[in-house]
Design a protein around this ligand. Structure first.
Ligand code: IMJ
Length: 259
């Protein structure tokens, strides 16, 4: 039995980055739906459409829109459609990141100029571009939430250029919080512990990171997607009305450990 809440009642919330049922964005969607939010999903392109439509169906009446975050035209069109359909929005969840597979395999020192720029464009600039547009529609106040990872703070094997992208994303959260705060829009990030998603597939040493966390994190377990969803509900809700520019670790405490 799932206990229904109303923390996000009467809130229109956009979620970017739902790809399949293992996506962190999906766990956030389930939690937000449970709390009464009206949701909008975006999907990257035709390849992703069917899967995302299926998940949207599971929650009943979630609208889906195509949005490739590397396209300014897509971003403009999407927010125009959202404005026409909803008028006002209250939340934006950004759960998008990408680096070339080769840049997550080799040594960081070998990152190419193109690979670097691509990771920054998709993983960082997309929050700035979407956040700016979303904030214009947050006329009743709003909350922007993005996802980051400890690889921004400490060297994690293979995280490489994504570590720099997440460091830039976190700095972006602070600069956006400063710009948008006067309009009543908060901007925060969840630094989630490792979760087995499509984005973690094929990453070497992933199993050993999960095992290390289970054995050494203060809570002696790995974070569950539902716990990340509940953290996002908190940041999207009025319960966090005094919090902005914050990087909130939802990782069973592993980030506090030295050895
Ligand atoms: C990713 C790479 C290396 C180590 C990693 C990860 N660890 C974790 C991740 C320890 C937890 C997953 N993560 C936090 C990410 O941000 C992943 C981003 C990502 C993953 C891929 C895989 C497929 C691909 N490009 C990617 N771009 C970004 O081609």
């Amino acid at each position: 039995m799932v206990k229904l809440g109303n923390l996000l009642k009467d809130k229109n919330i956009i979620i970017m980055g739902v790809r399949n049922k293992w996506s962190i964005a999906w766990a956030i969607a389930e939690a937000a739906h449970r709390e009464g939010a009206s949701l909008v999903f975006t999907y990257q392109g035709e390849r992703e459409k069917n899967d995302v439509a299926g998940l949207a169906n599971e929650l009943g009446g979630v609208d889906i829109f195509q949005l490739d975050v590397t396209s300014d035209d897509d971003i403009d069109r999407f927010f125009e459609e959202v404005k026409a359909r909803y008028g006002v929005i209250h939340g934006l969840v950004h759960a998008i990141a990408y680096a070339r597979a080769e840049d997550l395999r080799d040594s960081f020192i070998n990152t190419s100029r193109e690979g670097f720029a691509l990771a920054m464009d998709i993983s960082v600039y997309s929050l700035v571009a979407a956040g700016r547009k979303a904030a214009e529609l947050m006329t009743e106040g709003g909350s922007i939430v993005t996802l980051t990872y400890m690889g921004s703070e400490k060297v994690m094997p293979g995280y490489n250029v994504m570590g720099l992208a997440k460091a830039a994303l976190e700095a972006g959260v602070r600069y956006m919080a400063n710009d948008l705060g006067p309009s009543g829009v908060r901007v925060n990030a969840i630094s989630a512990g490792a979760v087995k998603t499509l984005s973690a597939k094929g990453i070497k040493d992933f199993g050993s990171i999960l095992r290390h966390t289970k054995e050494n994190a203060p809570l002696r377990k790995n974070i569950e997607p539902k716990e990340i969803g509940d953290t996002a509900v908190f940041l999207l809700s009025d319960m966090s009305g005094g919090i902005t520019g914050e990087i909130l670790h939802a990782d069973c405490g592993i980030n506090i450990m030295g050895v």
